[in-house]
Design a protein around this ligand. Sequence first.
Ligand code: CSD
Ligand code: FE2
Length: 197
Amino acid sequence: MSSCCQSKVDAPGTFQELVQNIREIFSEPEINVEKTKQLMASYNSKPEEWEKYAMFDKNIPYSRNLVDEGNGKYNLLALCWNQGQGSSIHSHSNSHCFLKVLQGSVKEEMYDWPSDPKLKTEMVPRKVTIFEKNQCEYINDDIGLHRVQNPSLAEGMVTLHLYTPPFPTCKVFNPDTSEESVGKMVIHSRFGEKVTN
Ligand SMILES: N[C@@H](CS(=O)O)C(=O)O
Ligand SMILES: [Fe+2]
């Protein structure tokens, strides 16, 4: 096969292999965004391999479930979104954010940073994208802000997020006024065990 069309990363055979391969990529000093995206996209999602992490909670829009801490270098989380639910418009605290679709389709609205929050203007998405199962999306604060939604009213959605470096809070924006507040990155389960908050 000619080298032009060969994938640079081998597809992980299972979810556990994906978690392991991510560790290997991040043992290198430089973060390779394209390689990480390719690796995450190349895993063919099978629910039975990750369902122990996917703890839905019907009382909140979405739950955040820790899968791996990557030796303190990153957080890998499975997010479980109830039907029709989404996040607020938010930043990612100068970290890299990768989002892979494990189940369902993801609706992402991307926004510019408000030019002047004092103007209290309504925030309008600059782009709306649907990501299908297995796709991997990347965002950071230079690219912009976003809000993620499960557009399905029938089924829950599951996404796998990698944040490097990990961060405890982010900025959250009021869509009507572009006013900013602090959002806490709450963790609802760790390694398949519920966290009692
Ligand atoms: N960044 C959000 C999820 S998303 O909407 O990308 C979070 O970690 O809660
Ligand atoms: Fe996000």
